[in-house]
Ligand binder design. Structure first.
Ligand SMILES: NC(=O)c1ccc[n+]([C@@H]2O[C@H](COP(=O)([O-])OP(=O)(O)OC[C@H]3O[C@@H](n4cnc5c(N)ncnc54)[C@H](OP(=O)(O)O)[C@@H]3O)[C@@H](O)[C@H]2O)c1
Length: 230
């Protein structure tokens, strides 16, 4: 049994990833802002699901996470940092606040998360960042997604940097750049678009990847997409 922190576990891909891990017998710390939705995981897996309601754009969330790990003396075998925000807005209309929010939610959250958990990551653990094809170098780009794609592109480079930085502690770091997956985020950004992959399929893939793939990959930014650009 591994203990894995999954962010953005209240809905979409993150919730399906958490469910896959719990069904596989792992312990999951599920983090998101919507406590009521996290509670559903706790109700279904009372022994192995721990929940933490918090906003990854707020420092007190990281303090709460650190004290939760410390008070339960929990070590992590993995982090799946899946929480993220998307903005579909023409570049010329984007504001400083838009850019700051996307960079905070998608990039700085990863920085703060690894910093606050690094002392609790066991040797042999695996950090997985959920990126996007929009942030994969050389992929086709969409109008309206500049702030989102830049924030995910920076997450890709952070992956490579952290893999080097954490190698001495035998911690692997990889980034999965997803193509379109049918979720609320996709519906809100691209109403009517039908993705070729459902959230439960991607959740199973990510859960398995986080549990096993660091035997084969480290510091990799991997496209997970049936087609580019989607
Ligand atoms: N769906 C796609 O087509 C697609 C494609 C490429 C990449 N991705 C990436 O895959 C990841 C999951 O996407 P999704 O489609 O499942 O999105 P989603 O349905 O919008 O779910 C996002 C999750 O992140 C949480 N979250 C967002 N902001 C947060 C914050 N500030 N603090 C804590 N939790 C936060 C949300 O929970 P609360 O609202 O409860 O906090 C929710 O659980 C994202 O990183 C996204 O960029 C998705």
């Amino acid at each position: 049994m591994k203990t894995i922190l999954v962010t953005g576990a209240s809905r979409g891909i993150g919730r399906e990833t958490a469910k896959w891990l719990l069904e596989a017998g792992h312990r999951v710390i599920a983090l998101a802002r919507s406590e009521d939705k996290l509670q559903q995981l706790k109700n279904q897996w009372p022994e192995t699901a721990d929940i933490l309601a918090g906003d990854l754009c707020e420092t007190q969330t990281y303090e709460a996470l650190s004290s939760m790990l410390e008070s339960a003396d929990l070590s992590l075998d993995g982090i799946i940092h899946n929480a993220g925000a998307l903005l579909n807005k023409p570049f010329g209309e984007t504001t400083d606040a838009d850019w700051q929010y996307l960079l905070d939610a998608n990039l700085m959250s990863a920085v703060r998360l690894v910093q606050s958990c690094s002392g609790r990551l066991s040797p042999g653990s695996h950090v997985v960042f959920i990126g996007s094809m929009g942030g994969f170098q050389g992929s086709s780009k969409f109008p309206g997604l500049a702030a989102y794609s830049v924030s995910k592109g920076a997450l890709s480079i952070l992956t490579e940097c952290l893999a080097a930085e954490l190698a001495a502690g035998k911690i692997c770091v990889n980034c999965l750049c997803l193509g379109a997956v049918q979720t609320e985020m996709l519906d809100a950004a691209f109403p009517g678009f039908k993705a070729p992959v459902e959230a439960h399929q991607m959740g199973a893939y990510i859960g398995h990847f986080a549990s096993e793939a660091h035997q084969f990959f480290n510091g990799r930014v991997l496209p997970v997409s049936l087609a580019d650009p989607t």
